[in-house]
Design a protein around this ligand. Structure first.
Ligand SMILES: *[C@@H]1O[C@H](CO)[C@@H](O)[C@H](O)[C@H]1NC(C)=O
Length: 187
């Protein structure tokens, strides 16, 4: 009888705790580690991410921050993640995203002080179109943005995707696919 009562109370407290947690962040992702802070710069950009892994206090608060450094003509290549609000601090960026169904490209040239929003899950990029460096900061509405950089995951995944899939999907020559699978493989 006593056991039954205390079990009941424990369950009630757990239920309360979980409803409080999910009220603040509907999707507090912690099931993988986003490690994009030292993207090797074939593309001329670095992304330095402050997520829950870097700042534990962000846990359940639904927010994170990234600093984007661009070399002249540097690119932050097409990728997806949660909703992002970007502000340009220095330089000029050509940015764009593509909506899903129907696919439309929204693109704009941003200058110092301009802000731009990339809605959740849409493939997007930022490209420094000048011969000078560029700097931007972005806020993200989640503690651990679900970053997927398209070329890296498609060509660099370990174990590799069957090359015939990529040959057909991207209409590429076998040698080109093999070259890219080597180039994008981690290390
Ligand atoms: C990115 O980081 C690397 C390593 O720290 C550095 O050599 C490079 O200059 C950085 N690139 C930019 C655009 O900040």
């Amino acid at each position: 009888m006593m056991k039954g009562v205390s079990f009941h109370v424990t369950v009630a407290i757990l239920a309360l705790a979980s409803s409080i947690a999910s009220a603040y962040n509907p999707s507090p992702l912690q099931d993988f580690c986003v490690a994009i802070n030292d993207i090797k710069s074939g593309v001329g950009s670095n992304v330095t991410l402050v997520n829950v892994d870097k700042l534990a206090s962000l846990n359940t608060l639904g927010i994170s921050l990234a600093r984007l450094d661009f070399a002249p003509y540097g690119l932050n290549p097409p990728h997806t993640h949660d909703t992002e609000l970007l502000i340009v601090i220095e330089g000029t960026l050509l940015v764009g995203f593509i909506t899903s169904n129907p696919n439309n490209l929204f693109t704009k040239v941003l200058n110092k002080g301009d802000v731009f929003v990339f809605p959740i899950g849409l493939i997007h990029f930022q490209f420094n179109i000048e011969e000078t460096v560029a700097l931007a900061f972005t806020g993200l509405n989640i503690q651990n943005p679900r970053v997927t950089t398209k070329a890296n995951v498609v060509f660099g995944f370990v174990p590799p995707i069957n090359p015939n899939v990529l040959i057909k999907a991207f209409q590429l020559d076998k040698n080109v696919v093999e070259y890219h699978q080597k180039a994008f493989a981690p290390n």
